[in-house]
Design a protein around this ligand. Sequence first.
Ligand SMILES: Cc1cc2nc3c(=O)[nH]c(=O)nc-3n(C[C@H](O)[C@H](O)[C@H](O)COP(=O)(O)OP(=O)(O)OC[C@H]3O[C@@H](n4cnc5c(N)ncnc54)[C@H](O)[C@@H]3O)c2cc1C
Length: 347
Amino acid sequence: MSETVLFLAFTEADGTLGRPALEAYGAACRVGDELGASCVAALIGGDVSPAAAQLGRGPARLVGVAGQAWTTSRYATDAIAADAVVREAGATIVVAAGTSRAARCLPGVAQRVGGRIDTHVTSLAVTQRRLEVTRWSYRQRIETTASRSARLWMILLEPGCVDAAEPSASEPARLERLAVDVPSTALRTRVVGVQSPPVDQQTVRPDADLLFVAGAGWTKKQPDGQVHAGEAEALIAGFLARSQASLGGSKSLVDMGGDGQPVLSFMSHLNQVGQTGSTPRHRKGLATCCHGEEPHVVGWRFVSERRAINLNPSCGWAQGKADVVYVADAFEVMARVNARLDAATSP
Ligand SMILES: Cc1cc2nc3c(=O)[nH]c(=O)nc-3n(C[C@H](O)[C@H](O)[C@H](O)COP(=O)(O)OP(=O)(O)OC[C@H]3O[C@@H](n4cnc5c(N)ncnc54)[C@H](O)[C@@H]3O)c2cc1C
């Protein structure tokens, strides 16, 4: 059966493609080539011309749905547009980045067109002209490989798993603009605004080189018999500001607010890593004042260089999972690290 691989992307606010979309584009082109498939790219957004320019002459066919209705993520309008481009392209396989926008609407589109969808896919490969995908199951503990005979097959590729395609310098392919009717009922949901912390308070930074994991030890009684939550907060916030690392927290630490115990004001459940938290992909990890199995084993699953600072030389999880364990007081270590970073950056 001859396949048609459709790369489907929602553009950013400025009309460009973000890194997750360029990663999905690279993967779609590669498997399209290996399957000997026809390749089509579809862009959906308020403005899609900048994204078309990024793709250059790459895709054999380029279709776009653009307009006010697609400036923001909304299930009803995004699903109508995605449905239209999937049908227009005659796609048998759709590859898109696993962003919140795509994850919100594409499962519904798969249902509408009688297809199947796999989300949280971490890689795509072609073996003996068969497309296979991998994803993690059972809370990121078991990696499974799957293939499907059902068509249409939609695949949402998890951001950060493959290299992004380089934006093209060539003239864009001719963009076929699809006119899509939007019934007034699809516009009933209005996006009135976006609430997010100011950039300098945003501690979850998926693009950071380093994941700094804070454990509950930061808010426990220290050798002097006192709790030093204020000092912990200043040290951690100071380190994040200097290093631009991403902040992860153990479940014990992020749960403490609810228990009325000393907390770090910038730490929320969004920061939690581990089995019931996230498994971010950073090159390096530094766990501090942290003992738990889940943050070290599951939270670090995709982190390749791992270090830990713990007062307890017998902390089994840090010992078993970190490449280097510093048996030291994290308060002292981080104060010195901050001082060194200051010294390194001062003129
Ligand atoms: C079903 C289930 C799911 C779970 N999911 C998750 C999950 O997703 N993520 C998660 O994190 N946990 C999870 N947990 C909880 C997990 O098992 C641990 O209880 C938790 O991670 C422990 O948190 P912690 O290491 O921060 O705290 P603690 O176990 O209290 O460890 C604190 C550490 O700080 C060290 N310390 C104290 N002061 C200093 C200092 N000055 N310098 C250096 N070190 C110091 C201590 O030596 C100690 O090792 C889950 C548990 C269950 C049952």
